[in-house]
Design a protein around this ligand. Sequence first.
Ligand code: DAH
Length: 339
Amino acid sequence: MKLRLKQILESALSDIRNASSKEALESARVRYLGKKGELTSILRGMGSLSAEERPAMGQIANEVRAAIEKALEEAAAAIERHAFDARMERETIDVTVPGKKPAPGKKHPLNIVLDELCDIFTGMGFSIAEGPEVELDYYNFEALNIPKNHPARDTQDTFYINDNIVLRTQTSPMQIRTMEKQKPPIRIIAPGRVFRSDAVDANHSPVFHQIEGLVVDKGVTMGDLKGTLEIFAKKLYGEDTRVRFRPHHFPFTEPSAEMDMMCFKCQGEGCRLCKGEGWIEILGCGMVHPRVLKTCGIDPDVYSGFAFGIGLERIVMRRYKIDDMRLLFENDARFLSQF
Ligand code: DAH
């Protein structure tokens, strides 16, 4: 029996040594220590030994059992360690490999120039107001002194949601919305998207952008209007920029004007860029009509104001020498990535 125990121990240790996985170890354990295992059956046979033999044999059998258990434990730990090392090896990260560069987006040229305009006006004490693109007929026309059937509506045909709701044709409704909820002094600009049912060509788009301006206070004069807009032109185009004001008509201002800047290419001589005029129109403006003030609950005998509307696309096109407005809206990344 002693010999048999020795053989079991040797064969068990050798099996354990050769087990290279958890599963192989487990089957070795079952083979020797399991219920039907080889060592177990020997221990069961101890009953047939004499009383003198039994304690010594028992002790040897227990030692064998302990040795096998210890070997199993050590082998299990070794297998685990190997698996861990292999995983570490597999998951090694080479931190010196160059990363994948994300392609950062760029500001759209319309936004580059818009941000610049906002900086210029906020620098002069204006704050920025925003309002809805889907607008009531009342704000877009009626309250701006453009009643139904007024001929001024012809040039601003738009998209109708219904008889009373339109896509705004101008940012001027922001004048009304601002004066309705804010008492003078008022000094705001309102940039935003506007809509007209114009066919698309190099100079027209049914969607474009304007920046509205409004100043209302006691004693505001045409001189303030001219000074403010002249400073704006100089900040945008340079100190030697020259501007002129030409009488015009807008229903919501009186008097009204358009501001032109001297063509920077020909210095007023007349060239292709300015279509022989020598001057280029940049905005519409005027003194807020007393009727518009009254509509908004502001007493025109106490307060006066001026307003202006700038078309953003034209300024952007001139700045970057873009000759087709469609390029600004097609969103071709090859075009936009240049700015
Ligand atoms: N809303 C006008 C347009 O779209 C532009 C304009 C002209 C705005 C004169 C003004 C203004 O505020 O005073 O044609």
